[in-house]
Design a protein around this ligand. Structure first.
Ligand code: PGA
Length: 250
């Protein structure tokens, strides 16, 4: 049976209090949708967005793996939850690249977030060089194997709180999208990795596609087998751009 679709907006380093009206507009329509919808906002907006849109899923974009400590500028998963977040992204390629995050670091973050009660969107994806060298499936499979949460965090029901987001780095913010055949091939490989890691429960974890998703291409992408939703950057900042994507998933 197909999983309920999940459409998540990733605002990255965009948004101040003036943009809370967009959060509100998105949450009102999302509340009537048959798919799940969430917005991952800059941490400074989380608490205000939760107040502005009660019951709507607001998330963070990263968390530290530790509960607390001497980590200037970082936020723990418990802090995100305390601010009202229900989920967080971990392992986005912009953090892997700009902050040198490894699969091991990302796995620790995912485990910390799950233990704090958050849902997790775990990102993986290949560079253009890797895709052109014919290594995309191997590289992304290795990333996911090394970054999936295990241990205490993965005991009982976790795959429902875990989604993975396949985001080819060359498709992020570029307007380029892989062919539906390439997306289908990758998502089938990722489903296999989830089942290898969690057994049958791995069929319950949603696999999102991310990278230049727009209202004009969303329906075609959502029709691909094992595409259970989308992680959306640029087109999530305005309700007018984001809601057509939500409508395509519903
Ligand atoms: P984009 O970003 O939709 O702007 O390509 C997606 C992402 O980075 O999550």
């Amino acid at each position: 049976m197909a999983l309920k679709k999940l459409v998540v907006g990733n605002w990255k380093m965009h948004g101040t209090s003036a943009d809370l009206a967009e959060v509100n507009a998105i949450s009102l329509t999302a509340g009537t949708s048959t798919c799940d919808v969430a917005l991952c906002l800059p941490a400074t907006l989380i608490e205000r967005a939760v107040r502005a849109a009660p019951g709507f899923a607001i998330g963070g974009q990263d968390c530290h793996a530790a509960d607390k400590g001497a980590h200037t500028g970082d936020l723990s998963a418990a802090m995100l939850a305390d601010a009202g977040a229900m989920l967080t992204i971990v392992g986005h390629s912009e953090r892997r690249e700009a902050h040198g995050e490894t699969d091991a670091v990302i796995r620790a973050k995912a485990e910390a977030a799950l233990l704090a009660g958050l849902s997790v969107i775990l990102c993986i994806g290949e560079s253009l060089d890797m895709r052109e060298a014919g290594q995309a499936i191997a590289v992304v499979s290795a990333q996911v194997d090394a970054s999936l949460p295990h241990g205490e965090a993965a005991a009982g029901g976790v795959p429902q709180r875990l989604a993975i987001a396949y985001e080819p780095i060359w498709a992020i913010g570029t307007g380029k999208v892989p062919s539906t055949a390439d997306i289908a091939e990758m998502h089938a490989a990722l489903r296999q990795r989830l089942v290898a890691a969690y057994g049958d429960a791995g069929r319950q974890a949603r696999i999102l596609y991310g990278g230049s998703v727009k209202g004009s291409n969303a329906a075609e992408i959502f029709a691909v087998a094992d595409v259970d939703g989308a992680l959306v950057g640029g087109a999530s900042l305005k309700a007018a751009d984001f809601l057509p994507i939500v409508a395509a998933a519903a």
